[in-house]
Design a protein around this ligand. Structure first.
Ligand code: ADP
Length: 336
């Protein structure tokens, strides 16, 4: 079968997807396009509908309404074909604790009809790339949490799919391990794999994803690059306090949108962090003494609260604590 026409199709295209479990609506008509080669994040709290979406993509869950395509193929009518294009790393570890690590991969290859010798070659290659070669003969229970996470991803890749779907790949993993996993994921994407991950870690979406869709109660409430979402989300500025009201200011300030209020200088720019050094140097050059520097940037977390009225960790139904009149979150850079 020729896949040449797939080049023209997005990796994933979802239209009008609706799904209920009995009376519980899980997805209320979502549309989603993910380009080939994209690193895409589905960001939402528990119960938002993330797992349901990816289980529909991988044929694990049926749905009532909508059209779901993988590389142009219908996930229901052409299930066998679409399933082969996707590697799924589920949220829960799905292997027998007493199985040896390498065998898990060889067995998985068998499900895709890959001959044993080729399966062994692929398993060794994947163990190598995920830093698990020295564990090849060990039983699963001997692996650390981070190693098991890597094995889950290796297993998802054994049939060399174009698209990797990762359901909360770093759930419950500490910050250091999470960052280590990100390195692997970035590399896979740089090599051309399309990656769709679900996460409720805002930082993960900001760090990894070119594009994010925020999903809440079965609806996609926003989508765009993390930068675009954040920029649409409100005021961003650099605020500097001086020891006294300034008589004059350097060009680094006056060439921008700014105002002065007593000893406070506020410069409104889309990326305040980027101008800190230039502005401070300008102020120092005019012998102005600085007592405090603050950056105000709305974060993806704030955007999420604005859109949904809840924090991402609050789960379903709980309103964000004082979402509407939350204190201005400001980041203190340093005090002099
Ligand atoms: P997420 O992955 O974002 O946490 P899910 O897709 O798991 O969200 O869940 C979406 C909604 O569907 C939630 O209200 C959840 O309780 C419900 N749900 C998910 N799976 C089932 C199931 N097997 N049976 C009944 N309800 C379910």
């Amino acid at each position: 079968m020729s896949f040449s026409s797939e080049v023209d199709h997005p990796a994933i295209r979802i239209r009008g997807l609706a799904k209920s479990y009995g009376d519980v609506p899980a997805l209320c008509g979502i549309d989603l396009d993910i380009r080939r080669g994209q690193f895409f994040g589905l960001l939402g709290p528990n119960g938002a509908g993330k797992s349901t979406t990816i289980h529909i993509l991988t044929g694990l869950v049926t749905f009532a309404d909508g059209d779901v395509r993988v590389l142009g193929h219908d996930v229901v009518r052409e299930y066998r074909l679409t399933r082969r294009q996707i590697g799924l790393a589920p949220q829960e570890f799905n292997f027998d604790r007493f199985f040896p690590v390498r065998e898990i991969l060889v067995l998985q290859a068998g499900y895709y009809g890959i001959p044993r010798r080729e399966a062994g070659r692929r398993a060794d290659e994947l163990l190598e790339r995920f830093g698990l070669s020295s564990k090849a003969g060990d039983k699963i229970w001997k692996l650390s949490g981070g190693m098991k996470r890597r094995l889950l991803i290796a297993k998802a890749m054994i049939h060399d799919p174009d698209i990797l779907i990762l359901d909360e790949p770093t759930a419950g993993v500490d910050v250091e391990l999470r960052r280590a996993l990100w390195v692997y994921l970035r590399k896979l994407n740089a090599e051309g794999k399309t990656i769709l991950l679900t996460t409720h870690y805002i930082e993960e979406a900001e760090e990894l994803c070119e594009e994010v869709a925020i999903i809440d109660r079965g609806r996609i409430v926003a989508r765009g690059s993390p930068d675009e979402l954040v920029q649409a989300g409100g005021e961003r500025h650099l605020e500097i306090r001086l020891t006294a009201p300034p008589e004059s200011l350097p060009e680094a300030v006056t060439s921008r949108d700014y105002f002065v209020e007593d000893d406070r200088v506020v410069i409104r720019v889309p990326h305040p962090r980027r101008i800190v050094a230039e502005v401070l140097n300008g102020l120092y050059a005019q012998d102005l003494k600085i007592t405090e520097v603050r950056i105000k940037e709305s974060s993806l977390e704030e955007v999420f609260v604005q859109l949904t009225g809840r924090t991402i960790d609050s789960g379903l139904g709980e309103p964000a604590n004082g979402a509407a009149d939350a204190e201005e979150p400001e980041e203190e850079l340093h005090e002099v």
